[in-house]
Structure formats: C-alpha cells, structure tokens
Design a protein around this ligand. Structure first.
Ligand SMILES: Nc1nc2c(c(=O)[nH]1)N[C@H]1C(S)=C(S)[C@@H](COP(=O)(O)O)O[C@H]1N2
Ligand SMILES: [Mo]
Length: 305
C-alpha cells in the first residue's frame, strides 16, 4: 500500500507519533525546513493553512466516526470498515469537463502533490477534533480534467457495495451518499482530497482511499470513499440536504450564529479531552473566515445555511 504516498520517506518512519507535534513545531520554526529534504511530504512544515492546535490522537480519529455505510454507531465504522476493499480503486470523472474518464488511484496520486494539513474538524452534531491529514488540493485534480466554462458545481458520490458496506442493506439513507460543492469552493486551496492521517494510509473508517475535506463546513460535507465526481451547472443533490432540508442546508458552513433547529451551534465538544473536557466556542467558518468569507460576500448566511 506504500504506493499511496508519492514520497520516499514517511514521517512515521522518522519519528514516533508521540514526538510528532514537538518535532513539527520545532522544524516549522526553521526557515529552511525544505532544505533538509522533506519538502515533498511537507511533513514538518506547519504550512500556511495548518492550525497549531494539538491534533487528536490517531485512536480518537479512528474510533469515533460517522460513516453510515457501516452503521450509525460511532464505533461501527471502526468495527466493520475493515471489510471494504480499496484496491483496485478508480474515480469516474464526468459531466462538464474536457477530459472525462475513469481515473485509477495510482494515476490520481502520481499526478498530485501530497501535503500535510492540520485542520479543525467540526461535525454538525457539535463535536470537534483536530486532524493531521495528508492529501492534495482538489483543485489539482479538477485542473487536470479541465472543467468547461459553464460548469458551476461539483457533485461527489461514495461507493455502493452492500456486500462490503452492511449499512447499505438498509434504506436508512438513499444510497449512494452524495455531496456537492460550488466550483469556487471546490477549487479553494483549503479544500483537500485526503489520502492519509498522521502519515499513514487513510484508515477505511475515515473514508479510504480518497475522501473530501472541507474544513470550514460541517463534517457531513466531507464525503468518504469517493468513486465519482461530476461537473455540472446545477446545484447537486446532497444526502443530508435531501433527507431533511430544514435541518441541513446545501452550504452547511460552520456558523455559531445559525443554530440547528434542534440544538445550538454556538459551542462544541472537543473529542478526546476526557470526561471533564470543557466545551469551546465555535468559530465563524470554523476559524477559516479570513480565507473563505469572501466567497459568501453579500449572501445571507442564515437563509443560505
Ligand atoms: N460516505 C459517507 N461520507 C461521510 C459520512 C457518511 O456517513 N458516509 N458521514 C459524514 C459525517 S456526518 C462526518 S462528521 C464525517 C466524519 O468523518 P470522520 O469519521 O473521518 O471523522 O464524515 C462525513 N462523510
Ligand atoms: Mo457529521
């Protein structure tokens, strides 16, 4: 599975996880981090887009999940997702693009620059984590397929394979799980296709082998185990939006001032802080306001929630 990373060296081979944060922060302070030969992975460079908050443990990130294809319990994905076959894997890219086709995983990865991005992650259910992703900017893949001038949105679909995804044997959701972004959101440098966590291949329960990460939106926009992307001029169907449009909007931008009809979004429960962990205030656009607010200028965020 090593082919999933286009780098020669994984930082998991260089330093134990416990030292990861310290080392990263020390190295990030060095002007010439790239000069020591790790620039391909970007592992030690904090980077302009990463938070300096302490990441959750790999255990937290891989044992408290939402992935309804494997059940609705937070521990169901960790229990059942090992049954998913992720090799071979390909993504069909179609719709309003000049280069449609079925793109194999190796081909996708060998044409992308994998970086480390430590992002805040905020679920609409009001819990949160900090996750050290590895991945590439979705814009790299979209540029390759060359969207046509009329394309305004990207829609995404998760694999349907009920033999390996036991949750798909019930009609809980209208499978496949679907999501969508406006094209400018999809092209934004913060928007990632994640391929790993903590320098290791993405665990199945986190959406292997390719999952979307849009850090300023509620977690359900970050669709897992993607097999199709379609460029379109119409706002795509999105699973939770179809399920309950009153509760889950198409935009689903994190916003402490727009409550869910059944609970407040003003604060969140950080996972992993133990029994007495304090809730913390939720940040506008999950703390990415400076980078992304411009895309929503003049839009009423409480109507376009
Ligand atoms: N295909 C698919 N993608 C999905 C989901 C899902 O049930 N199926 N759950 C979403 C929700 S609600 C959240 S909060 C995140 C959870 O990601 P994590 O388990 O990696 O933290 O995945 C999102 N992507
Ligand atoms: Mo979520």
């Amino acid at each position: 599975m090593a082919y999933r990373f286009r780098t020669d060296l994984k930082y998991s081979q260089i330093t134990p996880k416990a030292d990861f944060l310290n080392r990263r922060q020390v190295m990030a302070g060095m002007a010439g981090a790239a000069a020591i030969g790790l620039s391909g992975q970007g592992a030690f460079a904090a980077g302009q887009y990463s938070t300096s908050e302490k990441p959750n443990t790999l255990k937290d990130i891989t044992s408290y999940n939402n992935f309804y294809e494997f059940g609705t319990g937070k521990d169901d994905p960790a229990k059942h997702a090992h049954s998913l076959t992720t090799d071979p894997w390909s993504v069909k890219i179609d719709g309003m693009v000049d280069n449609p086709g079925s793109y194999g995983l190796e081909d996708i990865l060998s044409n992308a620059t994998i970086e480390e991005r430590i992002y805040r992650f905020r679920c609409v259910e009001a819990w949160s984590m900090v996750i050290p992703w590895n991945g590439f900017q979705l814009s790299q893949l979209l540029e390759r397929v060359s969207p046509q001038s009329g394309a305004k949105y990207v829609s995404f679909e998760t694999l349907v394979r009920p033999e390996e995804m036991p949750g798909q044997n019930s009609a809980l959701l209208d499978w496949p799980y679907r999501e969508g972004l406006r094209l400018d959101e999809a092209m934004h440098p913060l928007t990632l296709i994640a391929t790993g966590i903590y320098g290791e291949d993405l665990p199945n329960q986190n959406g292997a082998p390719l999952r979307l990460v849009v850090p300023w939106k509620y977690g359900f926009k970050s669709i897992k185990s993607i097999v199709r992307m379609t460029l379109t001029d119409k706002q795509p169907q999105a699973t939770w939006n179809m399920q309950n449009p009153r509760e889950y909007g198409f935009y689903s931008n994190v916003n402490p001032n727009v409550d869910h009809p059944r609970w407040s979004q003003a604060s969140e429960r950080p996972i992993g802080g133990g029994l007495f962990a304090k809730r913390k205030a939720t940040l506008m656009l999950n703390g990415y306001e400076e980078e992304v607010a411009g895309m929503y200028a003049g839009m009423d965020m409480s109507k376009n929630f």
